[in-house]
Design a protein around this ligand. Structure first.
Ligand code: NAP
Length: 242
């Protein structure tokens, strides 16, 4: 049977590109979405025209029960999980003094606790199978910190710490755990940046351009097939952070 892959937050942006790219390569895709049902169905229909089927599962992964639902759906239908891609996330730009408890908790629940829930639920099956691969999407801001994005940066640094620790714990079970820490990628997450701000950012990036979702998807393909990389934070950022 093909390798079974769960991609969280696959309705838009980076996750959508990952789901599309891997589906076209023949992987069995369980694509998770929460609010963007229309976009998710559009991707499913787009792939069906090429005779490729993907499963789509609505779940708010910031909640344990809903995250568990995706894992249970996958195991009931396919009997295994080979690869988990913890991609879903939110961002918010706000001065530290203005962040409310609710906003802080929502950020941590959506970006960090979701990866805890999804990884814990999935790795039980992976440990049983003595193989697996978990890829977390973090951010350069988890590496170097970002002004006015303290809660976002904390959530991403937490993801990277989880990656390193889990790689050590799960290595003996033949499960690899890695992070991809993107710089700026052209998705709706950056829709509030105006052209002037984008140009300023480009000037700070040695490769002088914004990244594309395909740049992340290509790295995912490589990481999935690789057999000796674990516990690493791979930052795809055009040289913005070196
Ligand atoms: P995006 O275009 O805003 O897409 C975010 C995705 O996450 C959507 O599919 C959304 O699904 C999903 N999501 C959000 N909350 C969810 C929840 N509670 N349950 C399930 N799904 C949820 O963002 P993106 O740029 O592709 O970002 C993807 C990942 O890359 C994020 O973790 C982000 O932090 C990281 N990243 C992005 C950049 C960048 O510059 N774009 C840079 C560094 C890191 P629905 O719309 O269906 O709710």
């Amino acid at each position: 049977m093909n390798k079974v892959v769960i991609v969280t937050g696959a309705s838009r942006g980076i996750g959508r590109e990952i789901a599309r790219g891997l589906a076209k390569k023949g992987y069995t895709i369980i694509a998770n979405y929460n609010k963007s049902e229309k976009q998710m169905i559009e991707l499913k229909n787009e792939l069906e025209k090429e005779k490729i089927n993907i499963d789509i599962v609505k779940a708010d992964i910031s909640k344990r029960d809903e995250a568990k639902k995706i894992v249970e759906y996958t195991i009931n239908k396919y009997g295994k999980i080979d690869i988990l891609i913890n991609n879903a996330g939110i961002s918010q730009i706000k001065e530290f003094t203005q962040i409310t408890d609710e906003e802080w908790n929502n950020m941590i629940n959506t970006n960090l606790n979701s990866a805890f829930y999804m990884s814990q639920e999935s790795c039980k099956n992976m440990i049983h199978n003595k193989k697996g691969c978990i890829i977390n999407i973090s951010s350069i801001w988890g590496l170097v910190g970002s002004s006015c994005e303290v809660h976002y940066s904390v959530s991403k640094a937490g993801i990277d710490a989880m990656t390193k620790s889990l790689a050590k714990e799960l290595g003996p079970s033949n499960i690899r755990v890695n992070s991809i820490a993107p710089g700026i990628i052209n998705t709706e997450m950056n829709k509030d940046l105006n052209q002037e701000e984008i140009n300023k950012i480009k000037e700070e990036i040695p490769l002088e351009k914004i990244g594309d979702t395909k740049d992340i998807e290509k790295c995912i393909e490589w990481l999935i097939e690789d057999e000796y990389t674990t516990g690493q934070i791979i930052s795809i950022n055009g040289g913005w952070v070196i």
